[in-house]
Design a protein around this ligand. Structure first.
Ligand code: PLP
Length: 231
């Protein structure tokens, strides 16, 4: 049952908050519904307090957006191609995966066309894995300096996808590094740049991420069960 899974994850988040002396209200659980049917989303919407859902494909997000029975906060968490920005810019509450000036420029242009302001996070490849998207820590501040005057973009913080590891403790160092980077940027008090959001932690490691300061955790498998990519 999805409800039990969801409530279990929420309990674990509360426990991780207690351990770290944080308030559970400061952590939002995003249910990552990618590859899962709309009926799963509807089930969570009717049985729980879930309102935040994450998708990583533009077409899938748009389909679900158009068919869901009540308003949902959609989070674009996957790699985003510039030619697809126009389909989601007015539908999402946040784009987690901005990792280039070119993408930011496209988001600015499309947001202006749709007369919306878009919340974004800068994706950081903290662990410097070759297979992953995202900027290195050194590249974040220079990109933010370029984006800060874009009128239709609000930088809200940072996002990372930690390595796939057996022991979630192995990722603590990367979560801490992302938090330190956000504090470092916050301390510069750059106009229009807010570093209050830290999107980090997935099924395997969200408790450690919460202990290290995550404000958004993205949990798929832990709520919906394993994904089947072959259907
Ligand atoms: C799929 C995905 C998740 C959720 O992964 P789980 O391990 O199933 O919790 C989180 N973040 C991103 C960016 C994803 O693509």
């Amino acid at each position: 049952m999805l409800k039990e899974n969801y409530e279990k994850v929420k309990e674990n988040i509360v426990r991780a908050c207690e351990k770290a002396g944080r308030s559970p209200e400061d952590v939002t659980l995003i249910a990552v519904s990618k590859t899962k049917p709309l009926s799963d989303i509807e089930e969570l919407l009717s049985d729980t307090d879930a309102v935040d859902f994450g998708e990583n494909k533009v077409q899938e997000l748009v389909d679900k957006y158009e068919n869901v029975s009540r308003p949902v906060n959609w989070h674009m968490i996957g790699h985003l191609q510039t030619n697809k920005v126009k389909y989601i810019v007015d539908k999402v509450c946040m784009i987690h995966s901005v990792d280039s000036l070119n993408l930011a420029k496209t988001i600015e242009k499309e947001a202006a066309k749709h007369d919306v302001t878009v919340n974004i996070l800068i994706e950081v490849n903290v662990a410097q894995e070759e297979t992953k998207f995202g900027l290195s820590c050194d590249e974040v501040l220079p990109l933010i300096q370029e984006i800060k005057d874009f009128p239709h973009i609000r930088v809200k913080g940072l996002m990372t996808i930690a390595p796939f590891v057996d022991d979630p403790e192995d990722n603590r160092v990367y979560f801490r590094k992302l938090k330190d980077l956000s504090l470092d940027i916050q301390s510069k008090s750059i106009d229009n740049i807010d570093m209050s959001v830290l999107s980090m932690g997935m099924t395997n490691d969200y408790e450690v991420a919460v202990e290290e300061g995550a404000t958004l955790v993205r949990v798929g498998t832990g709520i919906f069960g394993a994904r089947n990519y072959n259907i």
